[in-house]
Design a protein. Structure first.
Length: 253
């Protein structure tokens, strides 16, 4: 039953978010990528397979992993101002793994991990260049959606299969790997230029605030509420993402 849920729910969730992002452009795509698209379902399946205590401990790793994703966003955007998408992607992923390795050296309580992510979001968003929004919608190639659905499902199944070996914190860290950020950003950079890629990654960094609250809710209440906490956390995350969108649009005007 759990395997069936992984094979059905994960790709459907990814498809719904992807199509919404395509309809409203790169900035919205970035905000949606800030949501826990793969790590959220992974966390739910971990709670079902290894227990609520395991999944609750893994939330700290999810938060620290997202801080590493923000480091990726900063490194990519700074590189993109002078380099091609290939070089920018390599430098961005190198920064991500370097941050991940440093974070793995420490043990992170939930509140400390959440606080660190918030600080990283604030710092990174200050250094990513600001570009005005332009007209037009982000058009992905025909293979993009099926590829993302397959990759997301593969990541969720693979990670939950080896999570017991990796342990909760490392499982949370790895589940944050920015596979969709790399794919979408590289495509936007190649087809639309550095400004489109930068707008997307800046929105993703700011959108990470919603992920922070998602895992704060899950980590705090999973033991008490059980699986229903994921519904509550999802509602909170989507609500915060919508609020961020409204605020950023008003600021842009």
């Amino acid at each position: 039953m759990l395997l069936l849920l992984k094979l059905i729910l994960t790709p459907l969730f990814i498809a719904a978010v992807t199509l919404s992002g395509r309809k409203w452009g790169p900035a919205v795509s970035g905000l949606l990528m800030g949501l826990p698209l793969t790590s959220g379902p992974t966390s739910f399946f971990l709670s079902q397979e290894y227990g609520a205590a395991f999944a609750s401990k893994a939330t700290s790793g999810n938060l620290i992993g997202q801080a590493s994703v923000c480091v990726f966003c900063l490194a990519y955007t700074l590189a993109a101002q002078k380099h091609t998408w290939e070089i920018s992607a390599v430098l961005g992923l190198s920064a991500f793994f370097a941050a991940l390795l440093v974070c793995e050296l420490f043990s992170w309580p939930l509140l400390a991990a959440c606080a660190l992510l918030m600080v990283v979001i604030a710092l990174v968003s200050r250094f990513i260049p600001r570009y005005a929004e332009v007209g037009g919608v982000f058009h992905a190639p025909s293979w993009d959606l099926p590829a993302r659905m397959v990759i997301a499902t593969t990541i969720v199944i693979s990670l939950t299969a080896v999570a017991n070996i990796l342990g909760p914190q490392l499982s949370g860290l790895i589940s944050s790997f920015p596979i969709f950020a790399v794919i979408l950003t590289a495509f936007a950079h190649h087809q639309q230029g550095k400004q489109a890629a930068t707008r997307m990654l800046r929105s993703m960094v700011i959108g990470s605030i919603s992920l922070a609250f998602f895992y704060l809710v899950v980590g705090s209440l999973l033991m008490a509420l059980g699986p229903v906490v994921y519904v509550l956390a999802a509602v909170v995350a989507v609500g915060i993402s919508a609020l961020i969108y409204v605020i950023t649009r008003r600021a842009a005007r």
